[in-house]
Design a protein around this ligand. Structure first.
Ligand code: AMP
Length: 325
C-alpha cells in the first residue's frame, strides 16, 4: 500500500457522489477498470451515488453490459471525478469531467501529464484493472468485491496483459488475479466473448495476411483502407484489431497497423517486442506504453515516413542488442 492509494481512498470517502471516466476509444482495460471500480465502490458504499459517464464505447466489451445514461451538466458540480487509464486530459472520453469539483487520476501509462488533486500512477502495472485489484487488496477491510466487479476487473487484466503474456506481468499480477478469480467468476465465458469473431472478420484476417508487408529490417505493417472496411463490413474497431494479426512474425520486432478513419485521418497502432515504440508514437501526435502505443498521421506520405523511422529504429535495436526473437 502506498500513500497515493491512501489519498485516493480518503477522497472517495469524502464524497457522496463520484463520477468515473476513462479514455476515448476505450479498450478492455479502460472499460474493465471503470466498470470494476464503479461496481466495487457501489457495493462498498451503497449510500453513495457512483456513475460512469463516457461518450464512446467498446464493441468487444459490450458483453459486460450497458453503461449509465448521461447526467445533466449541473450534476457534476458536487462530484469527485475519477479518471482511469488515461494519461492526458485531452484523451478523456467525456470532456465534461472538468465540471467535477475535484479530480483523481488512476493510471498505468507513462506519466506525461499530471492532473487532478490526487494521483496514483504506477506505470509498471500490467493494467489499470490490476491497480483496482490492488486497491481492493490493500483496503479489503473497507471495500467489498462482488462477482460482477471481479468479472470486469479480470477481463481488463486479461486483455491489457495480452492474456498474461507481456513482460509487465509480475508475480503480483498473478497473485491479484488469483484474488479476483476467487470471487467465483466464469473465465470460460469471458474468454469465449473475447475470442469469438464474426465470419467476415475471419475473411478479413485471411485477406490481411496476404496484404501485410515487411520492411528491410523487419517492421511488419498493414494499411487498412476505407475500401477494405467496406468490403468486409468492418467497424473501425474491428479494422483496428488487425494489428494483432502481425504479432508473432519471427524477427519482426515492430508491427504497425494504419487504419484510415471515416474523416480521412489515419489511426496508427504500434506494437513491439523488446523495442520501445512510444517515443516514435510521440513524434506523430501519439503516445502510450513502451511496447504498445498509438499515433495519428494525415497522409500516406506521413505513414511512409513513420514506417521508415520504425525501420531505422529496429535496425539500430538489432545492431545493439542480442537475444531478440
Ligand atoms: P492503441 O493502439 O490505440 O490501442 O494504443 C495503445 C496504447 O497507447 C493504449 O494504452 C492507448 O491508451 C495509448 N495511446 C494511444 N494513442 C495515444 C496518444 N495519442 N497519446 C497517449 N497515449 C496513447
Amino acid at each position: 500500500m502506498n500513500e497515493n492509494m491512501k489519498a485516493v481512498l480518503e477522497k472517495i470517502k469524502a464524497y457522496d457522489k463520484i463520477i468515473i471516466f476513462r479514455h476515448f476509444r476505450p479498450d478492455g482495460d479502460a472499460v474493465g477498470s471503470t466498470k470494476g471500480m464503479q461496481a466495487m465502490l457501489q457495493a462498498s458504499y451503497p449510500d453513495k451515488k457512483i456513475y460512469l459517464q463516457n461518450s464512446d464505447f467498446c464493441d468487444y466489451m459490450t458483453f459486460l453490459g450497458a453503461e449509465d445514461v448521461p447526467l445533466k451538466d449541473e450534476e457534476y458540480a458536487d462530484a469527485l471525478g475519477i479518471v482511469m487509464d488515461t494519461a492526458t486530459q485531452e484523451r478523456v472520453s467525456n470532456q465534461k469531467f472538468t465540471l467535477c469539483k475535484e479530480l483523481v487520476k488512476i493510471d498505468h501509462h507513462i506519466p506525461v501529464q499530471s492532473y487532478g488533486v490526487c494521483q496514483w500512477v504506477e506505470e509498471e502495472r500490467s493494467s489499470t484493472c490490476e491497480m483496482v485489484a490492488a486497491f481492493y487488496d490493500a483496503f479489503k477491510d473497507e471495500l467489498k468485491m462482488t462477482k460482477e466487479a471481479a468479472t470486469y476487473i479480470y477481463t481488463g487484466m486479461v486483455t491489457d496483459s495480452g492474456r498474461f503474456r507481456f513482460r509487465s506481468v509480475s508475480g503480483e499480477t498473478m497473485r491479484l488475479a488469483g484474488i479476483i478469480l476467487d470471487q467465483g467468476i466464469d473465465v470460460d465465458t469471458i474468454y469465449a466473448n473475447l475470442y469469438m469473431k464474426d465470419f467476415e472478420e475471419f475473411k478479413f484476417e485471411a485477406y490481411a495476411h496476404k496484404k501485410m508487408q515487411i520492411s528491410e529490417n523487419g517492421v511488419a505493417s498493414l494499411f487498412v483502407t476505407k475500401a477494405m472496411k467496406k468490403k468486409f463490413k468492418l467497424t473501425n474497431e474491428q479494422a483496428s484489431a488487425s494489428v494483432s494479426f502481425m504479432d508473432s512474425i519471427k524477427n519482426s520486432l515492430i508491427w504497425i497497423a494504419f487504419i484510415v478513419g471515416d474523416d480521412g485521418a489515419i489511426r496508427v497502432r504500434l506494437r513491439s517486442r523488446f523495442v520501445t515504440v512510444s517515443e516514435l508514437a510521440e513524434k506523430y501526435r501519439g503516445g502510450g506504453h513502451a511496447c504498445a502505443a498509438g499515433a495519428t498521421v494525415y497522409s500516406k506520405a506521413e505513414a511512409k515516413a513513420l514506417l521508415q523511422e520504425a525501420d531505422a529504429l529496429l535496425k539500430e535495436y538489432k545492431a545493439k542488442n542480442k537475444g531478440w526473437l
